[in-house]
Each structure stands twice: as C-alpha cells, then as structure tokens.
Design a protein around this ligand. Sequence first.
Ligand code: C2E
Ligand code: CA
Ligand code: CA
Ligand code: CA
Length: 278
Amino acid sequence: RAKRDHRGICLFDAKMDAEMRDRRRLENALRKAVEANQIELAYQPVISTYQGRVSSVEALARWSHPVRGPIPPDCFIDLAEECGLINKLGEQLLHRACREACDWPANVAVAVNLSPLQFQSGDLLDTVACALKESGLPAQRLQLEVTEGLMIKDVDRTFRQLEELRSLGIAILIDDFGVGYSSLSYFERFPFDKVKLDKSFVDRITTSKTSQAIVQAVAGLGEKLDMAIVAEGIETKAQARLLTEYGCTHLQGYLFSRPLAPQSVRDFVSETKVYAHG
Ligand code: C2E
Ligand code: CA
Ligand code: CA
Ligand code: CA
C-alpha cells in the first residue's frame, strides 16, 4: 500500500506530512490573527415578512489571510475549534458584534453564531453578559444562533445555559434546522425563540413537494409554539414568495442583501424598502 520512491521515502507519508505542515501554518496564522483581533464581521440583513423591514442582521466571521486572501469561515471556524482557539475567537466576535451594533438603529438586532464548544467552556454566560455590559447594547438586541451540535454533549447543562442566556432577555435561535440529527423533541425541552430552516429546504422549495410540506409543517409548529421561522439562502423572488405564503416570518439571502460591512448596515436599513411578496 505504501509506495516508496527511489530513496525509500514513503510517498503517502510525504503527502500527509506536507498537509500537516500546511495545516500547522494556517493554524499559526489564525492564532496570530486572533491575537491581533483581525477577524472581522460581515452582517447579513434578515427581513421580517410581517413588518417588511430589516429586523436583525446575522454576524458572519471574515478572515483575510495575509497571503492566501479570504478563507471561508466554515474552514477557519473548524480549525479554531480543533486547535483550541474557538473560545477566544468567539468571545472576541461577541464583543465586536455588540460594539458594532450600537451604531445601528435601535430596532435592529444582531444575531451571533455560537460554536457548541463555547457551551463547554463554563464561562459563556459571563462572556455574553460582559459583552453586553461593555458595549452598552441592550440584551433585547442580541440574538444567539446555536446548532444541534450543541445537543450531543451534556444536554442538561446545555439547556440550563440556554435558559440563563434567555433569562437575560436574549433570543435563542436554532440554526440549520431539519437536517442532521435535529429533533422535534428539542422544543419540549427548550422554548427556542426562532427556528432557522436549513438552506437545503429553501433550495428545493420551488421544485419539491416534500420540501414545501416540510416548510409548511415547521411554520405551523412555529405558529403554535410561538417561534419565529427564518428561511435563509433565498436567491430568487419565487422562493421568497412561496416561503412567505407558507408562513415563514423572516427571510434572509442574497436576494435581499449579501453580508455587509458594519458601516453599511445603517444605510441599508434606512433605505426603508418595504418588501412585499405575495
Ligand atoms: P450559517 O450560520 O448557516 O450562515 C449562513 C451562510 O450562508 C453564510 O455563509 C452566508 O454568507 C451564506 N448565505 C447567505 N445568503 C445566501 C444565499 O442567498 N445564497 C448562498 N449560496 N449562501 C448564502 P458564510 O458566511 O460562508 O458562513 C458559513 C458558516 O460558517 C456559517 O453558516 C456558520 O456555520 C459558520 N460561521 C460564520 N461565522 C461564524 C461565527 O462568527 N461563529 C461561528 N461559530 N460560526 C460561524
Ligand atoms: Ca447562522
Ligand atoms: Ca444556517
Ligand atoms: Ca452551516
């Protein structure tokens, strides 16, 4: 299995070794970027279908590597989780989001993504409280997006932390809902404020009867349980129209706006566009 070149060096190992070194370098660059507070946030507007205005923006991490240029967040967030940087980075981004949100109109909330590992650190509640206090942002303007990955470990402790965060006045959203292992029984254990449907349902909404039925069912559940239903990744008017018709309360996607630089949020919000689909 292990091929060897004429010097007898295992080629397979050599390739692995190169990959490892490459990863190591990226990890070091990320560590430096976190230490220098260089990871920034872009903010994607979320439209309330009922109010026809921007009700919140989602904070999305952005890192531009000095040589390689922009690195996708999926990639460096995973790396940060694997090399023990996620708590420091997560804390930094919370502070940054709260601070930047203070410059926007008071009826716009900011939604920050949390890694499941931040719930294992033991000081998430303090970190969040501190970010609110230091920035002066009211808790009602902060939302936290969590994923089902959260439910894998120590579920009772996790739900306790969610309760505590919620008691500060922060809305809790479950992201990427409906794929993987997300389960309806979560709703029995914790009253989420918002449910964000996985983008895959949005992708298929105009073509798949099954996706249509699923979105309608989740929207019905949202109505009964008093949870907002967010659809993300909307790229076409046809998608927006159907999702609104099926009862989604909030829409997000390139159709409305790409993620924006912090200083562009205010202008986008005050353009007072009224979005009407239907
Ligand atoms: P997510 O939380 O599901 O974020 C939504 C992703 O969909 C974002 O990608 C966003 O830019 C993209 N998107 C929004 N509208 C559209 C659309 O109309 N079409 C398409 N094709 N894509 C759209 P992004 O910014 O690359 O982030 C990817 C993932 O990285 C996020 O998925 C989230 O899981 C993670 N992430 C990003 N920022 C953070 C962060 O600050 N903390 C943590 N823990 N994770 C983050
Ligand atoms: Ca998210
Ligand atoms: Ca998502
Ligand atoms: Ca995702």
